[in-house]
Design a protein around this ligand. Structure first.
Ligand code: ATP
Ligand code: MG
Length: 286
């Protein structure tokens, strides 16, 4: 029987859209939504399972699924024996300590002997141990941010992305203890055939990610400025330069990192470049 990768994704939540989008961009088609619990891809040997995110690390460890996408916070907190295969760069958030807004904060030692409410006892416990702080961890599974208001704890440790939930509960963020993003996890021992399917998938994911970080740039430049402009546009090997119909001018084509683009665009313009086009790249294979 030929192998098929079983991939666990969050059914619906903050990871779902970007996870589905990633596979779409990798050219892997499958149906989702409409209350389905699983779906087989029509063009890649993969079957997708739609689950609560908290269940994904366990299913991957137990071999119900071969791969999964979860927040690193959930993967670490689960303490499961799973491998992090790749960082995916979406669903970014941080795990932070917060205290009532009116309270003074002089540093982590302020939490000594205090009660801290969290759904992340493992990550928080490790952090406190590293900081040599002994405090009581009070585990609650949801709505952690109301704990100080009802006298359950003096501080909380919870996921923050914009900080608006903290604000509306009268809390302030005082310390970031963990930074998270979505990660691709795998069972620690994959059979050879599954491993080679995973390698194929990773190849595609990397091509999609590289394309997102880079732009194709086309511009016109006077020949006298070419050397300077070429040095500002390193490209994958080196820029392509072709003569324009207008005497003394060339067209320059290159690939540029999004960040380098904004850094260098002024220099490129003042070197004499005109008609600059910046075009998104769909896939990029090194
Ligand atoms: P499920 O119903 O699958 O158990 P959930 O409610 O536990 O979902 P979500 O709120 O969808 O989980 O968050 C999933 C993951 O998205 C989090 O574990 C975290 O890694 C990430 N995330 C990103 N931003 C936020 C945020 N603002 N709040 C919570 N989680 C966030
Ligand atoms: Mg959950």
């Amino acid at each position: 029987m030929s192998s098929i990768l079983r991939i666990a994704l969050q059914k619906s939540g903050r990871l779902s859209e970007d996870s589905y989008q990633l596979f779409k961009e990798c050219g892997i088609r499958f149906d989702y939504g409409t209350g389905k619990l699983k779906s087989v891809s029509s063009n890649f040997p993969a079957e997708f399972l739609f689950l609560r995110d908290d269940d994904i690390p366990g299913y991957v460890e137990d071999g119900v699924a071969d791969l999964g996408i979860v927040g690193e916070n959930v993967a670490v907190e689960s303490a499961r024996n799973i491998d992090t295969v790749h960082r995916l760069g979406f669903s970014k958030c941080r795990l932070s300590l917060a205290i009532p807004r009116g309270n003074e904060w002089n540093g982590i030692q302020d939490l000594s002997g205090k009660n801290i409410a969290t759904s992340y006892p493992l990550i928080l416990g490790n952090y406190l141990r590293d900081q040599n702080i002994s405090a009581d961890i009070h585990v609650i599974s949801g709505s952690v941010e109301i704990a100080p208001g009802i006298g359950l704890a003096e501080a909380i440790c919870d996921i923050v992305s914009s900080g608006s939930t903290l604000l509306s509960n009268g809390l302030k963020e005082v310390e970031v203890i963990f930074r998270s993003e979505a990660i691709l996890i795998a069972r620690s021992t994959l059979e050879t055939e599954k491993q080679s399917l995973l390698d194929k998938l990773l190849f595609r994911i990397k091509a999609v990610q590289a394309a997102k970080n880079n732009k194709y740039i086309v511009l016109n430049a006077p020949n006298a400025a070419l050397d300077q402009i070429k040095s500002l546009l390193p490209g994958m090997k080196s820029p392509t330069v072709t003569p324009l119909a207008t005497e003394g001018w060339s067209s320059v084509h290159s690939v540029i990192n999004e960040n380098d683009f904004w850094e260098n665009i002024e220099a490129i313009r003042s070197a004499g470049a005109q008609g600059i086009l910046v075009i998104p790249i769909e896939k990029m294979i090194y």
